[in-house]
Design a protein around this ligand. Structure first.
Ligand code: QAP
Ligand code: CO
Length: 194
């Protein structure tokens, strides 16, 4: 008994440190914050600092009920994004998380329309046309070069998040009249929130 008490104490401290560092939520920037217009820079260092940041992005995305998040949405202007497309049961498995760094679209096939939303434009959803299928080259968190073929929702989500890396939002792709309608409705909602 005299021996187990200090051991238990040590275990408790170690666990609490791990929990604290893995659940750091980052504030999500929302429209019309000008930071969302930033053209993000390429990632050069695939170090622990990047890994911690990606872990925090994941926690932030899941806790906000998102399926995708770009680094600039949490005020970090680097070309990094994460995605977690829900499975048939709507579960977002940790094993399905994609961390995409410095992505480049290599090839595209077809077009499709999907009703998109964005954590930085909460409460608004609009039909946007995107490529149906794409081939993507990117780096993973360790700096390893990867290739991926995506279609349907994953393809759309990749294009949506890649737009963020160039300072573009899905509402920037609306026609003039639909954008005007959006601005009017969004202003009204912002006023009501105050
Ligand atoms: C981007 O969007 C996306 O308005 C990810 O109140 C969207 O995770 C890719 C969200 C559609 C492909 C298709 C939005 C959560 C989440 C909201 C999101 C909201 C709560 C958006
Ligand atoms: Co978005």
């Amino acid at each position: 008994m005299q021996c187990t008490l200090p051991m238990m104490k040590k275990k408790f401290i170690t666990l609490s440190i791990t929990t604290n560092t893995s659940t750091m939520l980052l504030p999500i920037i929302t429209y019309p914050n000008k930071l969302l217009k930033t053209v993000s820079s390429e990632v050069a260092m695939f170090d622990t600092q990047l890994h911690t940041f990606l872990d925090n992005m994941y926690e932030t995305m899941i806790s906000s009920n998102g399926i995708g998040l770009a680094a600039i949405q949490v005020a970090m202007p680097i070309r990094a994004l994460i995605l977690c497309i829900p499975d048939e049961e709507g579960n977002q498995e940790l094993s399905n998380v994609l961390e995409i760094i410095n992505p480049v679209i290599e090839n595209t096939i077809g077009k499709m329309t999907y009703q998109e939303g964005c954590l930085s434009v909460p409460g608004f959803y609009e039909d946007i046309e995107r490529y149906e299928t794409l081939t993507l080259r990117y780096h993973n968190r360790h700096g390893i070069e990867c290739t991926l073929q995506a279609d349907d929702l994953l393809s759309i989500a990749i294009q949506h998040e890649m737009d963020h890396l160039d300072g573009k939002l899905f509402i920037d792709r609306l026609s003039y009249s639909r954008r005007k309608k959006f601005e009017k409705e969004y202003k009204k909602v912002l006023k009501e929130k105050k």
